[in-house]
Design a protein. Structure first.
Length: 197
C-alpha cells in the first residue's frame, strides 16, 4: 500500500520511535526506524529538521506526528547514549541556531536540556501530538489517514528496544541539579498532560 503523503513520527531519542516503527512493520506498513520507507519514517533524527530539510530527506510535505514519552523515563534513559550520539545531537541543535555541546553537561541536566529542546523542535513541524503511553487514543486517527480503519494496534513488546541505565531520576534530583531547567521540564510535562506531583 502506498499513501499520498508519507508519515513522519518524531520526538526525543528513547521516546519509542523504534517501537512505533515495529508496530507499523507488523501491519506491512513501510514506516522504518531512522530510515525513510515508502510509507514514512520514525526517528529522533528528523525532529530538528525544518520543512526545506525534510524535502531534501525525501519527505515532501509529510504528515508529522510528535510522539512524547514521560519526561522522567526519557531523561533517565538517555544516560546510555554514547558520546558520538550526543555529538550528533549537538550538531543538529546547531543546525537550528543553538550552540550546545551536550557533553559539557552532566546528567540529568543533559537529559533535561535535550528533552526540552527536541520536543520544542517537534512542536514546530507537527500536525498531531500524542503521548506514547496513550497510543490507543490517537490510533484511529492514524488508521484513517492510512485507510486502515477498524485495525487494532498490533502487539509489540514495549521493551523491544529496552535501554540499559543504572538510575531513574526523581523530581528532587532534577530540581537539585538545576531548578530553572526542572521548572521548565515540569511546565512542558504538564502541558502534555503528565502528572508532575
Amino acid at each position: 500500500m502506498m499513501i499520498d503523503r508519507k508519515l513522519l513520527f518524531i520526538g526525543c531519542g528513547h521516546s519509542g520511535t523504534f517501537y512505533i516503527s515495529e508496530v507499523f512493520q507488523n501491519l506491512n506498513i513501510d514506516i522504518r526506524h531512522e530510515l525513510v520507507g515508502k510509507d514514512g519514517v520514525a526517528g529522533w533524527n528528523f525532529t530538528h529538521l525544518l520543512e526545506p530539510a525534510l524535502r531534501e530527506s525525501g519527505l515532501e510535505n509529510p504528515i508529522v506526528f510528535h510522539q512524547i514519552r514521560h519526561h522522567l523515563n526519557v531523561i533517565s534513559s538517555v544516560q546510555d547514549m554514547d558520546d558520538d550520539t550526543w555529538r550528533e545531537i549537538g550538531g543538529r541543535a546547531k543546525h537550528n541556531g543553538i550552540d550546545w555541546n551536550p557533553l559539557d553537561d552532566p546528567h540529568p541536566i543533559r537529559g533535561m536540556r535535550y528533552w526540552l529542546m527536541w520536543n520544542t523542535f517537534a512542536e514546530r513541524i507537527s500536525n498531531y501530538q500524542y503521548r506514547i503511553e496513550d497510543l490507543e487514543n490517537v490510533w484511529p486517527v492514524i488508521m484513517r489517514i492510512l485507510q486502515r480503519e477498524n485495525c487494532p494496534v498490533p502487539f509489540v513488546k514495549k521493551t523491544i528496544n529496552k535501554h540499559e541505565y543504572d538510575h531513574v531520576f526523581t523530581w528532587d534530583e532534577l530540581e537539585a541539579s538545576d531548578r530553572n531547567l526542572s521548572d521548565k521540564v515540569k511546565e512542558m510535562s504538564e502541558k502534555y498532560g503528565y502528572d508532575t506531583k
